[in-house]
Design a binder for this molecule. Sequence first.
Ligand code: C2E
Ligand code: MG
Ligand code: MG
Length: 608
Amino acid sequence: MSDLLIGGAEAPALGALASPVTVIEAGTTCRDVDELFRADEHLGCLAVHGGAPHRRLGLVSRARFQHLMSGRLGYGRLLNARRPVSELTDWSPLVVHADTGVAEVARQVLDRSWSQRFSEVLVRDPGAPLRQVSVTDVFRALSGELANKALTDALTGLANREHFMQRLEQCCAEPDVQHRLALVYVDLDGFKALNDGHGHGVGDQVLQVVADRLRGCFRSDDLVARLGGDEFAAIAQLPAGVPVAPAARHLGERVRACLSGTISLGPLVLPGRASIGMAVAGSVLADGEVLLREADSAMYRAKAVGGGRVELITSVGTTAPQENFTPDRRELQRAVDGGEFLVHYQPIVEASTGRLASVEALVRWQHPRRGLLAPGAFLEAVTDAGFAANLDLHVLEVALAQFSRWRHGLGRAAPRAVNVNVSVQGLLHPGLAPTVLDALSRAGLDPAVLRVELPEAATTAQLDVAGGALETLRDAGVRLTLDDLGAGASTLHHLTGLTLDGVKIDRRFVAGLLDDERDAAVVAMLLELAHTTGIAVTAEGVENRSQLEALQRMARGRPTFVQGYLISRPVAAEQLALPWSDGLHHLHPQVPAPRSAAPAAPGPLASR
Ligand code: C2E
Ligand code: MG
Ligand code: MG
């Protein structure tokens, strides 16, 4: 066994494993010893007392004794029966103090000769009778300890991330109908400043205090973990029969209260404060990562509004049945007013450098009963209620306000543009141009920062109706991008009939790029078309490095943009890794790492 394993393990002391051993005198005959072993099949060994003048301590192990008593030719018993056991005793057994750690004992066992390696270890403890431990028990304890250590956070003794993820997967794979799975995500407020100001020693002590407090506020069958740094999480079970939001909030508040007492470390008195995000699984949750992500983004929301509070998302993973989901305009307006429509952002980057060009605003509905819904789950209902234009405007306002915050907070390191989708109803709304320009001016933004994504689903006739409004917007400086190019039938019409600044290749073609010649041909054709007509082109749905590399090859150095899970999923504003500094260099070795301190130079998209 390597030193690395044994040396690093904090195994228990051997005394904890020891059991009593019978001591016999050295003069006992081998026949009597044989009888003792025959009479008790669980008797593994006997200690042998050598008596004066040497007062030696020896050991007779069952296996070795019986081997000698049989003898090579089967006459051992006949030869040895009358001899004193001292002649078959191992007079140099391994004897250790009860305080010796299991890891150290294992090391000593392995240092012994092969014939002695499997004998019991004798355990001495002043004032107590002699005891023994089998080598099997020594190594079993050691392996348990090592397994434990691999799943434990060394600083706090809580579960580590790996243990946490294992349990989470297990809980999702075997849902418990009596309970709802709740994930609590905790991030300490002001920990970095504390660490910087008082040093890592103090930081570590604070983490230990927090770990103890968290241990105290969950039940023993919940799992509390330190995920890393100052981030902790817990998996808890809420009773299924009670209203979920109040129960979850109650738990969240208990955790907040638990962590909010001051922390005294000698003369230092430090504030205890944390941002807490909670996500409660819906009835059909199958993906622990989704739950963790939602709890994480709830935690970020808590942090974004000043910290020291609990934010909650319920029914994560519940797929809303489309039937019976017919919210009317009043309900939708209430949801807008109640802040239930959230906007997530997905980066759009230059394919060759990974530099951030823009972010696309994508709406989500944090529905009080159905949980967090993706647009696919509600846009149709919103359209049926005739509310799509209102929702477009709401998303536009939220996205512009966020963009303006980035501008003020990050200066030139902020995204250079923001893409906002418009629905067919929004497109046809007579107030389209003035509404958009008014929103821009209220946000104090130059129209050139906004890219309106036009739905490919719009018919040519609908785009004709909107033609005047689109021209007005374009004249004011707003950029127009045709979304999901290739997804519908009227693509080429749209391309020739509209004055566009950009197009986005539908992600279905990108998905088939590597395996389907026709998809690859469509992507090549659309890239060619965009490049020759001077329109900025974005490939959507880039999920892996091979797709990115294929697109880079096809682009042949001409300005091309990519968007997709490979770069980032759509995330809440606070979770977007801004300022964007790592680009694609970690994904693609040929791409040089951007100089993170320098503001991103304007890319081709921005110059159009
Ligand atoms: P879209 O405008 O084409 O947005 C891109 C969609 O592709 C998003 O789905 C995004 O999450 C998804 N996506 C991005 N990268 C990848 C990837 O690598 N792989 C895969 N499989 N998917 C990826 P999302 O957010 O579900 O939005 C769906 C559609 O809903 C959007 O398609 C857009 O048409 C519509 N939508 C979203 N937000 C709004 C909005 O505020 N207003 C309007 N009118 N429509 C919106
Ligand atoms: Mg879009
Ligand atoms: Mg699209």
